[in-house]
Ligand binder design. Sequence first.
Ligand code: NAP
Ligand code: GDD
Length: 345
Amino acid sequence: MSENDKPIRRALITGITGQDGSYLADFLLARGYQVHGLIRRSSSFNTGRLEHIYQDPHETDPRLRLHYGDLTDGAGLREIITRVQPDEVYNLGAQSHVRVSFDQPVYTTQVDAVGAIRLLEALRDTGLPARFYQASSSEMFGKVAQTPQRETTPFHPRSPYGCAKLYAYWQTINYRESYGMFACNGILFNHESPRRGETFVTRKITRAATRIAEGLQDTLYLGNLDARRDWGFAGDFVEAMWLMLQQDEPDDYVVATGQSHSVREFLDAAFGRVGLNWQDHVRVDRRYYRPAEVDLLLGDAAKARRKLGWRPRVTFDDLVNMMVDHDWALAREERVVRQARENRP
Ligand code: NAP
Ligand code: GDD
């Protein structure tokens, strides 16, 4: 069979409108997949991260197809899976903000924990041999029992989000062991990008540093500056998701850079890039503290390196610079628009 005769592979991504979903869609489309994504009905546009690839769903044969659905609606998930007949399912949809999960613990559980089992059940019901990826998280290590954290490190989640993710993690293993499903957990450490949500600490910092540099704001309010994270680039990490589903056997993998930095170090790098001293602009606001904190995350991705051949390409400094440069361009545009408005007679 020639390359052209090969059947087109179909992937279904929940959370396609999020940071990772959009990078994964780019990655899969570049590999010739037909990509289907679950999107939530929203009163305003929520497809901004897909704009560069999004085509009108009414056009014939778009490579990207979006379906309205929600992880809280099991019947809808079953219907979409039956219609799409995916070869691979990536469950990236989640209420993904740890601080918010303390305010909305039940909703977070409904989406992140029960949502995963709704999807697994829908898949099992249809009997499709689709491969399944679960977006598990280093937040499950929580109050860490060991550093660096690897696949064998005991879990101790410290948030409703971490607990919900741990439930989904175990159900993924349970469906693999009980029903022979090809189901994998990627235990991903923090990964960021210019497409990162604006309320996560890295993007909050790069937006503020650049807006301060352009005279658009003066102060940045943050919480715990001592927390340490293993920050990588989202574009590198989605490749690991795909690689997990290309193996002969399903398994679980830690995906991380193996380097940890504090929030302070991130501030140094981001404000340094725009020529400012963060100490002149940052104020600590206890509203951004969490009832329980995860102090230190540092991953050991030796298994992913050995078995998947995966390694991160973007360094910490490259990541910060990439995010700052992107947000700086946005801040400059904002300043120009604001000045034009102010100068209008
Ligand atoms: P994100 O930017 O917050 O995206 C979350 C996605 O989930 C969005 O598309 C969102 O849709 C969707 N979603 C939220 N609630 C939903 C629901 N009820 N039904 C269906 N979809 C829903 O998150 P991310 O950074 O891309 O992360 C992707 C996944 O990896 C998440 O599961 C996250 O928990 C996990 N993870 C992330 C990291 C990280 O550092 N980024 C690390 C480990 C694990 P809307 O656009 O409509 O809000
Ligand atoms: N968001 C936020 N906002 N975090 C702050 C702030 C602030 O103003 N100030 C300090 N921090 C600290 C948090 O207390 C935390 O220790 C650290 O910065 C990182 O916070 P986030 O960027 O919100 O990420 P996270 O580590 O809590 O969660 C992210 O990574 C997980 C993987 O470990 C999310 O992407 C999760 O979905 C993901 O599973």
